[in-house]
Design a protein around this ligand. Sequence first.
Ligand SMILES: Nc1c(NC[C@H](O)[C@H](O)[C@H](O)CO)[nH]c(=O)[nH]c1=O
Ligand SMILES: CC(=O)[C@@H](O)COP(=O)(O)O
Length: 158
Amino acid sequence: MATSLKNLSQYSDKNIIDIKSKKFGILVSEWNEEITESLFSGAVDTLLKHGAQKENIFRKNVPGSFELPLAAQWLAAMEEIDAVICIGCVIQGETRHFDFICDAVANGITNVGLKYNKPVIFGVLTPNNQQQALDRAGGKHGNKGDEAAITAIKMLGF
Ligand SMILES: Nc1c(NC[C@H](O)[C@H](O)[C@H](O)CO)[nH]c(=O)[nH]c1=O
Ligand SMILES: CC(=O)[C@@H](O)COP(=O)(O)O
């Protein structure tokens, strides 16, 4: 289903586990900062809304989305981290650079979760333009950060 047909901030909150003791690493790409800060706020607000403790949410910045997989690996390797949320926004430019970054980031993040057997969430927007990004970072289509956070919570309750 296309995001335009669903709101990223609307989800079922049935069967949500107690996450008071859970520790979350959140990685935030500095590229497209206006967007990624909105995504980060959405993720944190959602975690806190469902009972996470502020002192159990650990933020680290990365230069760009391409660095998310390596940083996710560093966090996932920490025994005390229960889940990692990767926040980024890769906006299509004039060249194929977009394709290479998006593929590398998606595959890299997937592999980290599989390697460390814990939720490593893809909270990365890959829009064609700035407006599509704004629409998904607290705009008319909701906030991808909300979706990433509730996904982490649900996976911890698997
Ligand atoms: N163009 C975007 C980038 N580019 C930077 C890369 O992510 C990476 O930091 C660089 O290639 C050095 O390894 N990153 C984004 O997150 N979003 C973009 O739109
Ligand atoms: C996704 C990117 O790296 C992109 O913003 C770079 O832009 P361009 O393809 O015009 O160099």
